[in-house]
Design a binder for this molecule. Structure first.
Ligand code: NAD
Ligand code: LMR
Length: 340
């Protein structure tokens, strides 16, 4: 009886998925860097998402195989794979959301900023193509250093006359995912019930989890608070070291990227109350033109940038401490586009 019930539930879910994708709007999601460590599981998760009707997988090589593989999953999204520069326009044409995990990852001993030399150029050329082929799309930047690659994208779009700050995002969801996981484990909470806003940027001390605003609220102070804050800030390095030269977070990043893309899709489709932490053009900290905070998403991308709320003295000091690093990473991205 139980297995029949499970089959019934499966069929019901399948039917509601088909209904929602056939009755909902057509949504094309493009992944650039789709044959990589993040790109492959992210492509798979987007193929499983009922809000996606067309999944476009682009990389410099290897994408036809990834696309053929993912396309065999019996979910409605149509899948196409594109490899190489000549196909980039086709990959982007008509995209509602472009997710960018293209570029090199860290090895032990490197900072995210050490990736700038290679990834800045990759992001710049991909964004130039976006402004040409799908200037209206929401762009979700995963490639590091996010603190600089997002300003690079903004400058490229400005030069092309296509910049809409409501549509450009640095994906910082993995910081939120980590903060939730570590807080729930430390406080013995069900991780599904937990939320922790994370603000600032996406590198070391620029990542600031606001545990004072975590829900459900539990007391957290002194060494325990320090340890949890530091573990969230160093989460990426923890994975880089554990992988010992074989790259950085890929699976948890794909999960986080899929959560963020789903939030964007819900916003585009007019769903109310979609709130995510993300790194966007912002004026909440006047000296930091890009800053991650809670943002309300809607049909035009960012509908509202929410304030920081009440922060503690501990958090306020950490915010002060990050300012000069984040400001110079932003400027480095801006300068790169103007000098190259
Ligand atoms: P990877 O090397 O496994 O994959 C990167 C892919 O990008 C490769 O398949 C490569 O062929 C492709 N690529 C390179 N140049 C390209 C171009 N011009 N056009 C299209 N594709 C191109 O690396 P990964 O582990 O998937 O990481 C990718 C990036 O994501 C890194 O910069 C990493 O630091 C970053 N990252 C960010 C976060 C975050 O929280 N924002 C988390 C994890 C990793
Ligand atoms: C992460 O936070 O896991 C990513 O930014 C990858 C990295 O280099 O740490």
């Amino acid at each position: 009886v139980r297995s029949l019930r499970l089959v019934g539930q499966h069929v019901q879910k399948q039917q509601s998925r088909e209904m929602s994708s056939s009755s909902g709007p057509q949504r094309k999601v493009a992944v650039l860097g789709a044959a990589g460590g993040i790109g492959q599981p992210l492509g798979l998760l987007m193929k499983l998402n009922p809000l996606v009707t067309h999944l476009s997988l682009y990389d410099i090589a290897g994408t036809p195989g990834v696309a053929a593989d993912i396309s065999h999953c019996n979910t409605p999204a149509e899948v196409s794979g594109y490899a190489g520069d000549a196909d980039l326009g086709k990959a982007l044409e008509g995209a509602d959301i472009v997710i960018i995990p293209a570029g090199v990852p860290r090895k032990p001993g490197m900072t995210r900023d050490d990736l700038f030399k290679i990834n800045a150029g990759i992001v710049k050329s991909l964004c130039a193509a976006i402004s040409q082929h799908c200037p209206e799309a929401l762009v979700a930047m995963i490639s590091n250093p996010v603190n600089s690659t997002v300003p690079i994208a903004a400058e490229v779009f400005k030069k092309a006359g296509t910049y809409d700050p409501r549509k450009l995002f640095g994906v910082t969801t993995l910081d939120v995912v980590r903060a939730r996981t570590f807080y729930a484990a430390k406080k013995g909470l069900n991780v599904r019930d937990v939320d922790v806003p994370v603000v600032g940027g996406h590198a070391g001390i620029t990542i600031l989890p606001l545990f004072s605003q975590a829900t459900p609220k539990k007391s957290l102070e002194g060494e325990e608070l320090d340890a949890l804050t530091k573990r969230t800030q160093d989460g990426g390095t923890e994975v880089v070291q554990a992988k010992a030269g074989k790259g950085s977070a890929t699976l948890s990043m794909a999960y986080a990227g899929a959560l963020f893309a789903e939030a964007c899709l819900k916003g585009l489709n007019g769903q109310k109350g979609v709130i995510e932490c993300t790194y966007v053009q912002s004026s909440i900290i006047p000296e930091l033109p890009f800053f991650s905070s809670k943002v309300r998403l809607g049909p035009n991308g960012v509908e509202e940038i929410m304030g920081l709320g009440q922060i503690t003295e501990y958090e306020s000091k950490a915010l002060e401490a990050m300012k000069s690093e984040l400001a110079s990473s932003i400027q480095k991205g801006v300068d790169f586009v103007h000098q190259s």
